[in-house]
Design a protein around this ligand. Structure first.
Ligand SMILES: [Zn+2]
Ligand SMILES: [Zn+2]
Length: 262
């Protein structure tokens, strides 16, 4: 009975920048060598593996289950067809010894969290000369301090002072490829989103990069001194003289609350 070896999984933590640009890396993975003491047959030197007495060397046994006869892996020899009465002490009768090896892995640009890279033949060895399994390198994307990734798009929060939000202005924003700039129009509110085309990530199977979305959050000033509070109160009075036109959202919200209670 010939069996293919089991697949192995290796989790690789990478940064957003590494995912965006791709990179070459080395990983340490388990590998197996034939045991030098028993030359891979698992029997103590001077002894030989015997034909398994349970399955007569077939590696499988037939079990009666109701009307059906079911074929199963032999429980004694686990499919090898050989029984080792005197196991090799160096490898515990397994016939091989686990070591580690270094593997070169190429991470393609645009790879995303949860994607897997297959490294053929680098899994566990097969049984009775069967082919080895494969190694799967599973990508785990580390959290980024500024950007959140959503497919090919990136999102970031853009906290701006309320004066900039009110007056408008040019603002520097970070992108994965360097500094970018956006123009904040007068009267920008919290929740407003600015899209920077092509400043996202080009996915592994994408022909063009995604976009970067900057989500505005207006910051209310804190720890004002008396002078600043005085100016703000004067400013407030000035706003009230303009009626509801300076704060249309607040006015409509107050109207809705009034209707709710009436
Ligand atoms: Zn051995
Ligand atoms: Zn057996």
């Amino acid at each position: 009975q010939v069996y293919r070896g089991a697949d192995l999984k290796y989790t690789l933590d990478i940064s957003l920048e590494q995912a965006a640009n791709g990179f070459d890396t080395e990983i340490r993975v388990p590998s197996w060598e034939n045991c030098e003491v028993c030359h891979g047959n698992g029997a103590k030197p001077g002894t030989q593996p015997r034909t398994c007495h349970t399955c007569d060397g077939a590696g499988v046994v037939r079990m009666q289950q109701g009307f059906f006869s079911v074929q199963q892996n032999c429980p004694t020899c686990h499919g090898t067809g050989k029984e080792i009465t005197d196991p090799c002490t160096s490898c515990d009768g397994v016939g091989r010894i686990r070591r580690n090896k270094t593997l070169q892995v190429k991470i393609p640009a645009g790879i995303d969290d949860g994607m897997r890279i297959r490294s053929a033949g680098n899994g566990e060895p097969g049984v009775n000369g069967g082919p080895p399994g494969d190694l799967y390198v599973e990508i785990h994307l580390k959290q980024h301090g500024i950007f959140q990734r959503d497919g090919d798009d990136l999102h970031c929060e853009l906290t701006i002072p309320f004066t900039t939000a009110a007056l408008g202005g040019e603002l520097e924003v970070p992108t994965l490829t360097g500094r970018g700039a956006i123009t904040i129009p007068e009267g920008t509110q919290t929740g407003k989103t600015f899209r920077l085309r092509g400043k996202g990530i080009r996915g592994v199977r994408s022909s063009y990069p995604g976009d970067l979305y900057c989500h505005v959050s207006v910051e209310t000033p804190v720890r004002l001194n008396e002078e600043q509070k005085k100016i703000l109160r004067q400013f407030e009075t000035s706003l009230q003289q303009g009626g509801e036109k300076h704060s249309p959202n607040s006015q409509s919200w107050r109207d809705r609350v009034k209707n709710f209670f009436s």
